[in-house]
Design a protein around this ligand. Structure first.
Ligand code: SAH
Ligand code: SF4
Ligand code: F3S
Length: 468
């Protein structure tokens, strides 16, 4: 679809907020309860905070118990078949809660429903679902909900669109310490295995002045960690009237007074620049943390994936980033068993992992996504064969993570205490500058503070620290 950048006007969102007031008045004084269940990535978590923001304006309280909820919103993911199966299973379970409470409103939104076949499936096989809307329609959730409530009929808002940019939707954020900040929406890359560009539309950037205003607001409210979100943050700003690049955006946020840390994800290796690494190194508030998904270590597979870089370029990039930031924490995503990937090609991924030594890795077995090019490529290896490769990769990933974590032991580090935890290693959770998880024991008033800790132990997934 040809893409023209469209910005919604402030009046469009104001109208939605006015509709929230109308819905609030319909409750007649009783506070309804809502439950929002989120699947998928940080983009979806940020979207769920917007949905909860609207629900708060409607006057809802929140519950995590679906049997008590008047409104259930399931925000779905389509990235792999497993994600969709989980969603459909959980939607199916709601048959029981709806049988007990026939007035319960069940809404399903997010990436999964933006696929025509999935919207159809919900329409035909899940009659308990009252409202279905894709990511492009989220901004008008109040209007859709009001239509469903007043007309008492099912509403499906899943038209294909390349997407809009909107400002001013209220957020009900999960944390008081860390905040997601979407800087752009959509994706233009069409990696051959990936559904995201089809369900989230084309890349579009928010204006820098809006992003800076939101960052300033967050810092004024006491947030200490801001994570900039986009499917490929490195192409931020290309579609603006006055183009601005991602490194300049980091610098502008870094210049906002206050003690806070800037993180971001995700960075596509084809677009990562020396300027970005230099800016990360120079900006004191920018974490030395880079999520740089490699997907595969083999050039033929990378080409078939439509990734636009090869192994050599990726390795050069990692070396360059580490030259600027010797303490860089590097993480990645890898797909095992891309169609036609041979055992020898998989060995290239394994050897790349051993060469780079990631701090942590997210590993996935290829899952064919309807209508993506990879779904129709010949795929001769069985699931069982792929599982063997996957297990070997996971063993390497876990071993390297544990070794890297061990190197922290005995060191003193500044961490941000970001929440409570109920694990056996302490009652507080914290993050190092590079984003590694630290378990601590200490006073709950430390939440939201940067403190020094001594690392006393570690495992594959986390560090264990002692408050100094
Ligand atoms: N925009 C990000 C990734 C978003 S999806 C990026 O480009 O890196 C997160 C991860 O899911 C991807 O990096 C990829 O490793 C994995 N993934 C995406 N589609 C997949 C599929 N069809 N099968 C298996 N894994 C997939
Ligand atoms: Fe998917 Fe590739 Fe876009 Fe990431 S960059 S969201 S993997 S198409
Ligand atoms: Fe899933 Fe959509 Fe994110 S498909 S990974 S929730 S962009």
């Amino acid at each position: 679809m040809a893409y023209k950048r469209t910005e919604l006007s402030p009046e469009d969102i104001d109208r939605q907020l006015a509709l929230c007031e109308r819905i609030r008045a319909m409750h007649g004084g009783r506070q309804p309860l809502a439950m929002v269940d989120t699947y998928g990535c940080q983009q979806n978590e940020a979207d769920s905070e917007r949905i909860r923001g609207y629900l708060s304006k409607i006057g809802c309280g929140f519950t995590s118990d679906e049997t008590k909820a008047d409104i259930v919103v399931i925000n779905t993911c389509a990235i792999r078949e497993h994600a969709e199966m989980r969603v459909l299973g959980n939607v199916g379970q709601l048959t029981h809660t709806k049988a007990k409470n026939p007035d319960q409103i069940i809404a399903v939104c997010g990436c999964m429903v933006q696929q025509e076949h999935m919207a159809e499936k919900l329409k035909k096989s899940y009659p308990i679902v009252d409202l279905v809307f894709g990511p492009h329609e989220l901004w008008r959730f109040p209007e859709l909900l009001l239509t469903q409530m007043t007309k008492k009929q099912r509403v499906f808002a899943v038209d294909d669109a390349s997407g809009t940019v909107y400002e001013g939707i209220p957020h009900a954020r999960d944390s008081k310490v860390k905040a997601w900040l979407s800087i752009m929406y959509g994706c233009n890359n069409f990696c051959s295995y990936c559904v995201v560009p089809y369900v989230r539309g084309r890349e579009r950037s928010r204006r820098p002045e809006e992003i800076l205003a939101e960052a300033q607001q967050l810092i004024a409210e006491g947030y200490k960690e801001i994570t900039l979100l986009g499917q490929n943050v490195n192409s931020y700003g290309k579609d603006l009237d006055q183009p601005m690049d991602f490194a300049d955006l980091i610098r502008a946020i870094n210049d906002i007074p206050g003690e806070f840390v800037i993180r971001f994800m995700t960075s596509h290796p084809k677009d990562a620049t020396e300027k970005l690494f230099q800016t990360m190194a120079e900006c004191k508030k920018c974490a030395h943390q880079l999520h740089l998904p490699v997907q595969s270590g083999n050039d033929r597979v990378l080409k078939a994936m439509n990734r636009h870089y090869d192994r050599a370029k990726y390795l050069e990039e990692v070396a360059l980033a580490r030259r600027y930031m010797p303490d860089l924490v590097l993480t990645t995503d890898i797909i095992v068993g891309f169609p036609g990937e041979t055992p020898e090609e998989f060995e290239d991924t394994l050897s790349l992992v051993e060469a780079v030594r990631y701090d942590s890795m997210f590993t996935f077995i290829f899952s064919p996504r309807k209508d993506t090019p990879a779904a129709s490529m010949p795929d001769p290896y069985t699931r069982q064969e792929k599982q063997v490769w996957f297990d070997r990769l996971l063993e390497a990933a876990n071993r390297i993570s544990a070794e890297k974590h061990q190197e922290y032991e005995g060191k003193t580090l500044r961490v941000l205490v970001d929440g409570l935890s109920d694990g056996k290693h302490g009652n507080l959770s914290a993050r190092t500058d590079g984003g590694r998880l630290v378990h601590l024991t200490g006073n709950e008033t430390l939440v939201g503070q940067f403190i020094d800790v001594e690392i006393t132990g570690s495992n594959t997934w986390a560090l264990i620290g002692r408050v100094l």
